[in-house]
Design a protein around this ligand. Structure first.
Ligand SMILES: Nc1ncnc2c1ncn2[C@@H]1O[C@H](COP(=O)(O)OP(=O)(O)OP(=O)(O)O)[C@@H](O)[C@H]1O
Ligand SMILES: O=C(O)C1=C[C@@H](O)[C@@H](O)[C@H](O)C1
Ligand SMILES: [Mg+2]
Length: 169
């Protein structure tokens, strides 16, 4: 089994929103590795970050991604930081991977001050988001087979572009 498409991108790029739409459009299931980690741990992502720290979360995430890549044949969204793992990037080779990109202003606006995103919950979410984008852009691009800009575009439009960027099945 292999996912129809794997979605990567920073927080607020629309992985959950676009992934849900795409799955509906294609008549397949949607799966999100953040939800997989939460189910396996019986805790929210924010609780894991607070109680055990980011490295523990990244280990759990790496395992969740590896499992989902072999188990899931629908649309798969990865956590925003999943590409930080070199092992995960290696595993993504050969998969159809769409990078949903978002600019700094729009990304910060979309994620707001939600405490559900522990990495952005600090005092200066804009600076944190900028650093995060700079560090991760090359990693998203390394794994992506298609890149779709989501800035100022409706979710339905973005979903169409992802579909158009996939090779025929
Ligand atoms: N193309 C878009 N245009 C406008 N708003 C959008 C778009 N895509 C997503 N949003 C909004 O941005 C917010 C974040 O979207 P979403 O939760 O899908 O992002 P995500 O990539 O899954 O984030 P995370 O990495 O935190 O899980 C939501 O409120 C959603 O409605
Ligand atoms: O961008 C990130 O590093 C994260 C994104 C979310 O999807 C969660 O996986 C978690 O909040 C970390
Ligand atoms: Mg999401």
């Amino acid at each position: 089994m292999t996912p129809v498409v794997v979605l990567v991108g920073p927080p607020g790029s629309g992985k959950t929103t676009i992934g849900t739409l795409l799955a509906e459009r294609l008549g397949v299931a949607f799966r999100d590795t953040d939800a997989d980690v939460e189910r396996a741990a019986g805790r929210t992502v924010a609780e894991i970050f607070t109680e055990d720290g980011e490295p523990v979360f990244r280990d759990m995430e790496e395992r969740a991604v590896a499992t989902a890549l072999v188990e899931h044949d629908g649309v798969l969204a990865l956590g925003g930081g999943a590409v930080l793992s070199a092992e995960t990037r290696r595993r993504l080779a050969g998969h159809r991977v769409a990078f949903l990109s978002v600019g700094l202003a729009e990304g910060v606006r979309r994620t707001g001050l939600s405490t559900a995103r522990p990495l952005l919950a600090g005092v200066n979410p804009r600076a944190t988001f900028r650093t995060l984008l700079e560090a991760r852009l090359p990693l998203y691009r390394e794994v992506a087979t298609v890149e779709v800009d989501t800035d100022g575009r409706e979710p339905a439009e973005v979903a169409e572009s992802v579909l158009a960027g996939l090779p025929a099945r």
